[in-house]
Design a protein around this ligand. Structure first.
Ligand code: GLY
Ligand code: MN
Ligand code: MN
Length: 440
């Protein structure tokens, strides 16, 4: 089982930097202060049980309050941020513990039993960030989540501080431990459900603490990009395993995918070809790179692999131009990663929300920005045998460019995705995921 570590190094400087960036954003948008609300628990329809609580990521940027619903933070230029720390008298649920030493020193803290205590911070020039029903009811609509302010802060969040990168390195280490346990469970022939349990056990996180639902896919299930079922029976014949699973540390995510073949053969060779390509893509992640170019380059690379392995006929260039490569690789190369798995501001250029367009024909690309030092992002090329996309191609396009016999042989293996988490630096990029696996 994974040993638990608190990442606190660099936290003081992180808070100072977040304060500095918020001060810049408030000044630019003409606000005197901001009140950031954690969010409230929300019951599902006609029920008294709540959805798992997920804290407002804008609050999590300041401090790791992953469970403290109804806490709120007041941000004012030149002053220490003030935290209304909600600790209700509760005997149905365990109330939050007292603030932890390692982060509490950076805030003025008022421990409150009343969820509305933050109302004392309501002011004329204050912006409010959050989606709690109580927040919506109490403040003016035009001061709630002002789009330009939110965009500005989102863009600020794309350059991670050393503390944030340390959290993500630790999340990668936990993820790698979980992946090793899952790979072992796959070798033992366990079901998707049992592999998932082994993963969670190895890193001591429950489902609600994972950054996203684990994708644990045996055989053809690997062709469903966000496959969510955890089948309880192991298939008779286990051919392949695709696992896309991460972990969180102080709310910062890792997002890692590996694909395995149960034995030698063409699918194992395809994995090797994809892995060699993926490693090269990771090395190409440098400041100044337009991520769209790397995404398009990947289509050419994958088309080459498809052709070399006899899955398609004709030239790689032709396969990219006709859209054939997208039949096998229908998602984007990756996305920003941070407090959110698909982290913010991957597509916007400025506070006004101007979009940096996706290349035509690539509607699912989540990152179109030019990379800067401090960005953290994923590189996750894929190659899949997706029945509905293959069928559509057969019905509407030149069916002869696909070698259907080969597709039929490979489709029972599902697909391949290999995903690493990269830090852009001023020099050689840092691969958090491969570092983590190597450290085990
Ligand atoms: N795990 C979701 C993704 O890779 O984007
Ligand atoms: Mn993933
Ligand atoms: Mn991802």
């Amino acid at each position: 089982m994974a040993e638990r570590k608190i990442v606190s190094q660099g936290y003081k400087s992180h808070v100072a930097e977040v304060q500095r960036r918020w001060e810049g954003a408030l000044a630019a948008e003409g606000y005197a202060a901001a009140l950031i609300h954690a969010g409230s628990k929300q019951a599902s329809f006609l029920d008294d049980y709540e959805y798992p609580f997920r804290c407002n990521p804008q609050l999590l940027w300041w401090l790791p309050l992953t469970r403290q619903h109804d806490s709120a933070l007041l941000v004012r230029p030149g002053r220490q941020p003030k935290l209304f720390y909600y600790q209700p008298d509760d005997y149905w649920y365990l109330p939050p513990q007292d603030p932890a030493d390692w982060w509490a020193g950076e805030f003025e803290i008022e421990q409150v039993r009343d969820a509305d205590a933050w109302h004392q911070a309501i002011g004329a020039d204050t912006a409010y960030i959050g989606d709690a029903p109580g927040l919506r009811a109490a403040v003016a609509a035009d001061k709630l989540n002002p789009q330009r302010l939110v965009n500005r802060v989102h863009i600020e969040r794309t350059r991670k501080t050393p503390y944030e990168i340390a959290c993500m390195a630790e999340a990668a280490r936990l993820g790698a431990i979980g992946h090793r346990a899952a790979e072992q469970a796959f070798q033992e022939g366990l079901s998707e459900y049992a592999i998932h349990q082994r993963y969670c056990m190895a890193i001591q996180l429950v489902d609600a603490e994972l950054p996203y639902g684990n994708i644990i896919a045996l055989n053809e299930h690997g062709s469903v990009l966000h496959y969510q079922a955890h089948e309880q029976d192991a298939p008779q014949n286990i051919r392949s395993f695709l696992i896309d699973a991460g972990a969180t540390v102080h709310a910062y995510a890792s997002d890692i995918t590996r694909t395995y073949a149960a034995g030698a053969g063409q699918f194992a060779e395809l994995i090797a070809a994809m892995e060699a390509m993926q490693k090269q893509l990771c090395e190409a992640v440098v400041a100044g790179l337009d991520y769209r170019d790397l995404h398009l380059h990947t289509h050419h690379q994958i088309a080459g692999i498809l052709r070399d392995s006899g899955i398609i006929n004709g030239s790689a260039e032709g396969a990219v131009e006709s859209g054939l490569s997208a039949v096998f690789y229908p998602h984007g190369l990756g996305h920003f990663l941070g407090l959110q798995t698909h982290d913010v501001a991957g597509l916007i250029a400025a506070a006004d929300g101007t979009l940096i367009p996706r290349p035509e024909g690539h509607p699912y690309l989540r990152l179109t920005r030019t990379l800067e030092a401090g960005n953290v992002l994923t590189i996750e090329p894929g190659l899949y045998f997706i029945e509905p996309l293959l069928r559509q191609w057969r019905e509407h396009n030149d069916a002869a460019v696909i070698n259907w016999d080969t597709v039929e042989q490979l489709a029972p293996y599902g697909g391949i995705r290999i995903e690493d988490n990269m830090v852009v630096t001023d020099g050689v990029p840092r691969n958090l995921t491969r570092e983590a696996f190597a450290s085990l």
